[in-house]
Design a protein around this ligand. Structure first.
Ligand code: F6R
Length: 595
């Protein structure tokens, strides 16, 4: 996610901004840039890591400036697309996504504006410039422009006519003002200012910030507001975690927003943008990935197959060496958070060589899989720091749900009415995610953390969800957990079920719920401690559960996401009780770029 730092004060802005940007590196980025004053506002940008930018800014001096690290959304991670962007009198940096930038861009082109980049940000710079050329009142101009913007944003704004002031505003993207001695800052997050000050103000939506040698926060009627000055007491590391004890927990709590970010691009223009892909030529799909990405693929298989399209899911390290049964009517989908996993990348290259169509589902913009696949859908989960994936898996499943709808509709297995009925739930779903995140899980976690074996059972899609829950628990708490298709237990594994052994059972698929419930009774009869995760429509007054987590029954596309949450949080809590190194489990790497 992008990072913003702005400075006005009596020291060198360029150095302070650079140091602030370094503290925001944990947010992830693929290019960076800075604007500073030297007789006029000038811009320097570089692709890649901050040291590329650092080499270009050596020796510069200015008392005002804005800097930015860009996590590409609109347009590739190039110098042209890096921020800041200058149009006319306005130089700006932006964190977020302007959803209606395309229509604004067309409007501005008809007014004679031309654009150097593919970004939504440059469009906003032009919009400010256009309004300012009509009425040179900066606060009113910012406020008028804001009224036209749909989406999320935090902006840092410089105007040629204000060489001692920096303006800022936000909606749905974070922004703070740092207050130092004879110097003031804007930033995306507290770590950026901690080297200079621990005093800060949280900016609310609707406010406009002006920092110079003073800090002024205006309300929507341009009156100056009194704001509380907060003091940050923690160290840099705790600031990066945004108050959470671990990145994993922070990333789980980001899931409501991740869901919005990953699905909005497909929903904002109505059905057309969701149904933009033509799947009619394909007769089968292979999905390939490793670890959690493979598990997301299995969930996707159930969803897509429910609309009549055959899907096979493969572990990439196997697929790359096995015989291919694909043909010109096959599509191969490669799922990868990092976009760099060696085995998944090798599969992509193998099928591309045979001329098979490929689609990447990737988080990291500009990564190898994203660049090499015929087309790519970005899941927009933002940088994931915890080695064990949570929010990226969540976003992969969300995207696969949308693909299933696209396929179902294009195969006429899903009517427009049915599709709209499902999509209706998307706008309120982030609140439901939040609600399930806030359930109380600690009693369950406390009751299982000191066991060395744990089972997960379910059937069909519920089994796929169990596989991911099982991996999560295993990889961060080192409990030997085993996921089994519930009906397969009695073919051997049930002999391992002993008194008190924790068994997680997932029941959300009503076509098979009765069968799974019979299997749960079988393990209960052998003394298992049963933790049932069930949708509310299937819940009953069962006498075989020790613990029960009842999740809302939203629809078959969205319910799998809700199952994921308790499994992630319980894994986290158990690992914490076992005093494990949660964000960096032993022997694991975030990006597996070797075979
Ligand atoms: C598990 C986990 C791994 C990754 C796998 C694939 O929590 O994070 O299993 O899912 O290594 O990585 P990507 O998605 O980067 O290809």
């Amino acid at each position: 996610m992008c990072g913003i730092v702005g400075y006005v004060g009596n020291k060198n802005a360029v150095n302070s901004i650079m140091s602030g940007l370094k503290s925001l590196e944990y947010r992830g980025y693929d290019s960076a840039g800075i604007a500073y004053y030297d007789k006029e506002f000038k811009i320097i940008k570089a692709e890649g890591k901050l040291n590329n930018l650092e080499k270009k800014i050596n020796g510069l001096n200015s008392n005002i400036g804005i800097g930015h690290t860009r996590w590409a959304t609109h347009g590739k991670p190039t110098v042209e697309n890096a921020h800041p962007h200058k149009v006319g009198k306005f130089t700006i940096v932006h964190n977020g996504i302007i959803e209606n930038y395309d229509s604004l861009r067309k409007l501005l082109v008809s007014d004679g504006y031309t654009f150097k980049s593919e970004t939504d940000t440059e469009v906003v710079a032009a919009l400010l410039d256009k309004f300012y050329s009509e009425k040179a009142d900066i606060l009113k101009v910012i406020s008028e422009a804001r009224k036209l913007l749909i989406g999320s944003y935090a902006f840092g704004i410089l105007c040629d006519d204000y060489k001692d002031s920096l303006f800022a505003l936000r909606k749905d993207s974070p922004l703070i003002v740092g207050i130092g001695e004879n110097e003031n800052f804007i930033a995306s997050d507290v770590p950026a200012i901690l080297k200079y000050t621990n005093k800060y103000i949280l900016i609310d939506e609707g406010e406009i910030v002006e920092i110079s040698n003073k800090v002024k926060i205006y309300d929507e009627y341009f009156n100056i507001k009194e704001k509380e000055i907060l003091t940050f007491d923690g160290d840099l590391e705790s600031a990066e975690k945004g108050g959470y004890e671990h990145f994993m927990l922070k990333e789980i709590h980001e899931e409501p927003n991740v869901f919005k970010n990953s699905t909005i691009p497909f929903l904002k223009f109505g059905l057309e943008s969701l149904l933009s892909r033509d799947f009619s030529k394909y007769t089968s799909i292979d999905i390939v990935g490793c670890g959690s990405a493979y598990h997301a693929g299995l969930v996707g298989k159930s969803l897509i197959e429910s609309y009549g399209m055959r899907v096979n899911v493969y572990v990439a390290s196997e697929y790359r060496y096995q015989k291919l049964f694909t043909n010109k009517n096959s599509l191969v989908i490669l799922i990868s958070q990092s976009g760099e996993t060696a085995d998944t990348l090798a599969c992509l290259r193998k099928v591309k060589e045979k001329g098979i169509d490929t689609l990447g589902i990737v988080n990291v913009v500009g990564s190898s899989i994203a660049r090499e696949a015929d087309s790519t859908i970005y899941i927009k989960a933002g940088p994931e720091i915890s080695v064990a994936t949570t929010k990226a898996y969540f976003a992969q499943v969300a995207i696969l749900g949308l693909l299933a709808l696209n396929i179902g509709y294009s195969r006429e297995e899903l009517s427009e009415n049915q599709l709209e009925e499902i999509l209706k739930k998307y706008s309120t779903f982030p609140e439901i995610i939040e609600q399930v995140i806030n359930y109380e899980y600690s009693e369950i976690s406390n009751s299982i953390y000191n066991y060395e074996t744990c089972f997960f059972i379910g059937r069909l899609i519920d089994y796929s969800l169990c596989l991911e829950g099982c991996l999560k628990l295993k990889e961060i708490s080192y409990i030997n957990s085993i996921a089994y298709p519930a009906g397969e237990l009695k073919h051997g594994t049930i002999s391992l079920i002993e008194d008190d052994i924790p068994v997680f059972a997932v029941v959300t698929d009503k076509t098979i719920a009765d069968k799974t419930i019979s299997n749960i009774k079988e393990v209960k009869a052998r003394g298992a401690k049963v933790i049932l995760i069930i949708t509310e429509d299937l819940d009953d007054d069962f006498d075989f559960t020790d613990y029960k987590i009842v999740i809302p029954n939203v629809n078959k596309i969205l319910n799998p996401l809700l199952v994921t949450i308790p499994l992630q949080i319980i894994s986290y809590e158990v690992a914490k009780l076992r005093k494990c190194d949660i964000d960096k489990p032993k022997n694991l790497a975030k990006s597996v770029t070797v075979e």
